[in-house]
Ligand binder design. Structure first.
Ligand code: HEC
Length: 152
């Protein structure tokens, strides 16, 4: 009986190994050099995607500073790019976009306004909530990632 079981486990292992092996082999065929090039072109991020990722990185940095008790005072991004950057094919600025974008820009600039009477954490979370307001209608994918920026 023990021998039979062992044998069964062994054949399962061999079978799995072969499956893995054959999957790998298939991948190799799919990733022929010519096809790879086409894929790269298809997934080229838009100017807007690039800018969004820069805004995300900047806000990660702000959060780190605020949590550490520091007072950030520089906003190196050109937020007016939101009005001009090219978006992924097929996407355009909707009425919703237009209604959120300026509110967002103001709130993002307010985070580094060292003369403000509003608590720093509140100003930061307001900016992030404005990212979320626009994302709820314009681009829902990154919402969980953006939510993690909020300071509890
Ligand atoms: C006025 C609307 C609006 C605001 C405000 C906004 N976003 Fe976006 N965001 C978009 C749209 C639309 C896209 C998709 C852009 C595209 O595909 O060209 C996007 C894409 C993204 C992406 C995905 C980029 C990628 O890799 O494709 C991230 C991450 C992101 N936004 C984060 C943020 C963060 C963080 C903020 C606030 C600091 C923010 N967004 C504010 C509308 C907005």
């Amino acid at each position: 009986m023990a021998y039979y079981l062992n044998n069964n486990v062994l054949s399962c292992a061999i079978f799995l190994f072969l499956m893995l092996f054959s999957c790998k082999n298939e991948e190799k065929i799919v990733e022929a050099p010519v096809e790879k090039k086409v894929e790269y072109e298809m997934y080229q991020p838009s100017e807007m995607s690039g800018f969004m990722n820069a805004m995300y990185a900047y806000n990660v940095q702000l959060k780190t500073q605020i949590v550490a008790g520091e007072t950030p005072n520089s906003m190196p991004l050109d937020l007016l790019k939101l009005h001009t950057a090219e978006m992924t094919d097929g996407k355009s600025r909707t009425q919703n976009w237009e209604s959120f974008v300026n509110v967002f820009i103001e709130s993002q600039e307010a985070v580094v306004d060292t003369l403000s009477n509003t608590e720093l954490k509140t100003r930061f979370n307001t900016a992030i909530n404005n990212c979320l307001s626009c994302h709820k209608t314009e681009c829902t994918g990154p919402i969980p990632k953006i939510k993690r920026l909020l300071i509890p």
